[in-house]
Design a protein around this ligand. Structure first.
Ligand SMILES: [Zn+2]
Length: 92
């Protein structure tokens, strides 16, 4: 999941959280989870170790289901965005 999360939200060295604009298509609870996931990385480092998941489970005990939903949504969003880009007229 690491790559997908980093694409959707990333934390810079000076702790600015950047959220990919595509996440606007996601349900609120999934966006919340992405943000919480990234903040947990900021606190515990880049690895998905036991401490990291314990932190995640405190707020999102159902994180497995959320990640499954996230993958499904992400797949749909990317498909939709690609279709939209094809429909745009050429500006050259
Ligand atoms: Zn992660």
């Amino acid at each position: 999941m690491g790559g997908l999360f980093r694409f959707m939200a990333s934390l810079s060295k000076n702790r600015n959280l950047t959220i990919n604009t595509l996440t606007r298509h996601l349900p609120e609870n999934l966006t919340q989870y992405i943000i919480y996931h990234e903040l947990a990385h900021a606190k515990h480092g880049k690895k998905h170790n036991q401490t990291f998941w314990n932190t995640i489970r405190k707020k999102h005990p159902n994180h497995n289901a959320l990640e499954k939903d996230l993958l499904a949504y992400w797949f749909l969003i990317q498909k939709t965005e690609t279709a939209n880009q094809k429909r745009k007229p050429k500006t050259t």
